[in-house]
Ligand binder design. Structure first.
Ligand SMILES: CC(C)(COP(=O)(O)OP(=O)(O)OC[C@H]1O[C@@H](n2cnc3c(N)ncnc32)[C@H](O)[C@@H]1OP(=O)(O)O)[C@@H](O)C(=O)NCCC(=O)NCCS
Length: 161
C-alpha cells in the first residue's frame, strides 16, 4: 500500500465522524469532531491508501504545556493491521514533542487487546486505572487503563502490569 498521512482540518469533520462510527460504539458526531478539529490545543491527522485516495485511520491529540493526551485513535475495520494506527501514533507523538510535550497519556479499555498491543509496542506503561469507566455489551463495568510514555517515543518497552 502506498500510504498517505496528513494533518486533518475542520473540512475533514464528516470523514472523521464516519471513521469514528466504524471504530467505536460510543460515536462522536460531526459537530463534536468539528469542535475537536478547531480546538487550538488539538491536532489531528488522517492516514490511508494514497493510490486508492482512501483515508481510513485517524488520531486526535491535545497538548498542554509539557503533557499530551491522545483523545481518539482508530482505523476502519477494512484497513486494520497495515500499520496505519502505529504510523499515526508515532507521527502525533513526534508532533506533540515538537510543541514541548515531554509525556503522553491516553485511556484504553482493559479489554481492548488490539490497542494494548499497539501501545505496548510503542513503549507505553500503565500509570492508573479508572474502575468501571466503560460499559460492556451486557452493561457490565469495564475498567479504563491510563497509559503513559515519555516523549519522544522509544519503541520496544512492554506494558508494565
Ligand atoms: C487498535 C487499532 C487502532 C489498531 O489499528 P491498526 O491500524 O490495525 O494498527 P496497526 O496496523 O498500526 O498495528 C500496529 C501494531 O499494533 C498491534 N495490533 C494491532 N491490532 C492488533 C490486533 N487485532 N491484535 C493484536 N495486536 C494488534 C500489533 O502489534 C501491530 O503490529 P503488527 O501488525 O506488526 O503485529 C484498531 O484496531 C481500531 O481502530 N480499533 C477500534 C478503535 C480502538 O480501539 N481505538 C483505540 C482506543 S484507545
Amino acid at each position: 500500500m502506498s500510504a498517505i498521512l496528513r494533518a486533518a482540518t475542520e473540512r475533514d469533520a464528516a470523514l472523521l465522524a464516519q471513521l469514528h462510527r466504524e471504530c467505536f460504539e460510543e460515536k462522536w458526531d460531526e459537530a463534536s469532531l468539528h469542535s475537536v478539529l478547531t480546538h487550538p490545543a488539538t491536532s489531528a491527522f488522517i492516514a490511508g491508501d494514497a493510490a486508492a485516495n482512501d483515508l481510513q485511520a485517524f488520531i486526535a491529540i491535545q497538548t498542554f504545556a509539557d503533557e499530551a493526551e491522545i483523545l481518539t485513535l482508530g482505523t476502519a475495520p477494512t484497513a486494520r493491521r497495515k500499520g496505519l494506527a502505529k504510523s499515526l501514533l508515532f507521527h502525533a507523538a513526534a508532533h506533540a514533542a515538537e510543541y514541548g510535550a515531554r509525556t503522553i497519556f491516553l485511556e484504553v479499555a482493559e479489554t481492548n487487546a488490539a490497542a494494548a498491543a499497539l501501545y505496548a509496542g510503542a513503549g507505553f506503561a500503565i500509570v492508573g486505572r479508572r474502575k468501571s469507566y466503560y460499559r460492556g455489551e451486557a452493561g457490565q463495568g469495564i475498567d479504563a487503563l491510563r497509559l503513559s510514555a515519555a516523549l519522544p517515543l522509544a519503541a520496544g518497552r512492554g506494558i508494565v502490569r
